[in-house]
Design a protein around this ligand. Structure first.
Ligand code: ASP
Length: 325
């Protein structure tokens, strides 16, 4: 391919979030409404991009705490359509911070795209005295154009994170994400990514179209609950899920992710209830409630873990497995 034939268009897909949030009182960083400002307006805030080859599309306008399967399906459909355009070099997605790690992981798990997909967000609404959204969007546009960029990442607060590792660890500060022990993919400095880690492996065809098709055909994601072990825990919630499954099979929970204390240890009362759930046909998966590290397997481990995924990602992983996606 000659240089002039290199893909160079960038697509920005808007889904809402605080980056598109508006407060009635300028400078209110917490009492705002997420998902108000059109993504086109967010881009207009970056004059350097005014004449660039950028396509902008509003896929949704939500607070990401309210993410649903139909929104994810719409996003995957538009993302796949754009990634298949030969002139598109990569896609930036604006998103809320609350569930960005789940969306990022979903896109990487489903598509394993060879072209870069960079999710970005903000902790302060667009109306803040000092909004972080414009810098984050500008950094995301830099990362999507970084040499060799590939796969799904999240950019916020001057850092880039891989989808597998990223987690929101702070409710307020403008750098709320961590990749734990793995560390960030890199940092963005003056429009350049200084990378510490490898990009993720891509699907051989450049995109897993078959997985995208299976996801598009879903009418619902199998229900998977997430429960946590703690001091004085009991099995009441788990027993209630089993009872609900017996009485209303349509709404039945088909799996449970349990976030154990430490290395996945479980209160004996909760563990007994989880065995009852498994005997009743539910899939039970173990994770840790520790924010760093993952369960180190041991011989008497009562339930399998899912590749060291956090409880949030293990919950989604189990749901996708149960759905056959
Ligand atoms: N609740 C917002 C959202 O996830 C928070 C944010 O974007 O920071 O959409």
């Amino acid at each position: 391919m000659s240089d002039s034939a290199q893909p160079r268009r960038i697509v920005i897909l808007g889904t809402g979030g605080t980056i598109a949030g508006r407060a009635t009182v300028a400078g209110d960083n917490v009492g705002y409404k997420a998902g108000q400002v059109p993504v086109q307006e967010l881009l207009a805030g970056l004059p350097a991009w005014a004449d660039q080859a950028v396509d902008v599309e509003q896929v949704a306008q939500i607070n990401s705490k309210d993410m649903t399967l139909p929104v994810w399906q719409a996003l995957v459909a538009r993302l796949v359509a754009h990634l298949q355009r030969p002139e598109v070099a990569g896609v930036v997605i604006t998103h809320g911070t609350d569930t960005i790690e789940e969306t990022a992981w979903l896109l990487q798990r489903l598509l394993r795209p060879a072209r870069p997909v960079v999710l970005t967000c903000a902790m302060r609404p667009a109306t803040a005295v000092s909004p972080d959204g414009p810098q984050n969007l500008s950094d995301a546009l830099a990362v999507v154009q970084a040499p060799g960029a590939c796969g799904v990442s999240v950019v916020c607060g001057g850092q880039a994170h891989l989808a597998k590792d990223v987690a929101k660890v702070h409710p307020y500060r403008v750098q709320p994400f961590s990749s734990g022990e793995a560390g960030p993919l890199g940092v963005v400095e003056e429009g350049r990514l200084r990378r510490f880690r490898d990009w993720p492996a891509a699907a051989p065809e450049g995109l897993d179209q078959a997985a995208a098709d299976r996801f598009a055909a879903l009418r619902a994601l199998p229900r998977v609950a997430w429960v946590t072990s703690h001091a004085d825990a009991d099995g009441g919630l788990v027993d209630a899920l089993v009872m609900q499954a017996a009485h209303s099979p349509d709404q039945a929970c088909r799996g449970i992710v349990v976030a154990g204390t430490g290395n996945g240890s479980l209160h004996e009362r909760l563990q007994a209830a989880l065995h009852r759930a498994r005997d009743a046909g539910m899939r039970v998966v173990l994770a840790t409630r520790c924010t760093e590290g993952s369960v180190v397997g041991w011989s008497a481990q009562p339930f399998p873990d899912l590749d060291g995924l956090s409880p949030a990602k293990a919950r989604l992983a189990l749901s996708l497995q149960l759905a056959g996606v």
